[in-house]
Design a protein around this ligand. Sequence first.
Ligand SMILES: [Zn+2]
Length: 141
Amino acid sequence: MGDKRLTCLECGQLNRVPEDRLTAGARCGKCGQGLVPADAIDVDPAILEKAKKNDDLPLVVDFWAPWCGPCKMMGPEYAKAAGILVGKARLVKVDTQKHQSTGGRYAIRGIPTMVAFERGQERKRQSGAMRAGQIVDWIRG
Ligand SMILES: [Zn+2]
């Protein structure tokens, strides 16, 4: 019931989205970006911090890097999982080569590593490449 708070992954604006519009192309009131993407998009660490703290939907982050073979293999699978979980969780990615201090901040020791956040708290993490079905099960579990 009621509205869900969602941070725009593009501009960082905090939006309120009626629950029944979560899968119906809700857009950011400030920049117009879709708030519930059916894809896993790369986010800026500053946006990650805001979304992690304020969002009412679970936020899952894939810490990856362009040089990492297993990360590249998992990329399309992770994107597929994002499509399956539209409206249930948002899946984002952080490039740890570009944002090295963010990887350090979250104590990422190997990649790919997925970390699931709910209302500002880390709920769990998992290292190693997985297939879409496994990712969905892990997030739901
Ligand atoms: Zn926006």
